[in-house]
Design a protein around this ligand. Sequence first.
Ligand code: AMP
Length: 286
Amino acid sequence: MTDFPVVESVPALRARLKDFRNKGEKIALVPTMGALHDGHLSLVQEARRHAERVVVTIFVNPAQFGPSEDFAKYPRTLPSDLEKLASVQADLCFAPTMEAVYPPGFSTRVEVDGPARADLEDRFRPTHFCGVATVVAKLLNQAQADVAVFGEKDYQQLLVIQRLARDLDIATEILGAPTLREADGLAMSSRNVYLSKAERAAAPALYAALNEAARLIGAGEAIEATLARASAALGEAGFLPDYIEARHAKTLARIAGRRDGPIRLLAAARLGATRLIDNLAVTHEA
Ligand code: AMP
């Protein structure tokens, strides 16, 4: 057991944060759903570059799961999460109770448009970003940190949260951080534990397909034909692709050609019962 500090209520969180602020220390927030892996820990390290104190939130938010999704079986590993947070010298874990986030009578939701309606994740998870935006708005208000760090792994989510903070005048600066990958390219994810041995062996095909498509599009190949081949490659590897698309990296608007960029490739695909997402920038070759 670790004695890493955890608070479970908003008043307790604010009391700790007040101590930090009274010492003139900047605060960074790293919101997560726990089941921490090295990708999450890389966000803590990025956060540390911007603030003296790093607060990691752990809350499995029911509002962002669809009715047929994995809320009930989502991995919950608080003791080992706290050990990991101690190992990277985070300062505090905020693991609010369900009541602290959704008190009796809770009646407010944050409706998001723009990047949240880009016809990517939202096509397959129509209530997801409202759930994310509502909980993230709450966490940002609860902590009022100087910065908050989110992963590019969930690229559409990052843009939704940046838009949310701008639109609601939330003073916390929203920073993105790169995706940490396993040695074979698979993006680290708490959901990777669901993969069978055979699925885990096939899973790097998602990154491989994105990587190859990004290389070809960067070298001038036609976008639609390249993505169609990438989708076929995913199918051959055993995935059922939901989408693999090229979008404007800042707005997620559809693009007709390379000159409309900067381009981000975004994909989601199912491997057995597990749904994986990933994305990659297209960098232009000379
Ligand atoms: P989650 O716990 O999956 O909701 O993720 C919490 C935060 O960690 C989000 O900002 C994610 O984008 C980020 N994240 C998840 N996986 C990775 C990864 N492999 N590399 C970097 N950040 C990640």
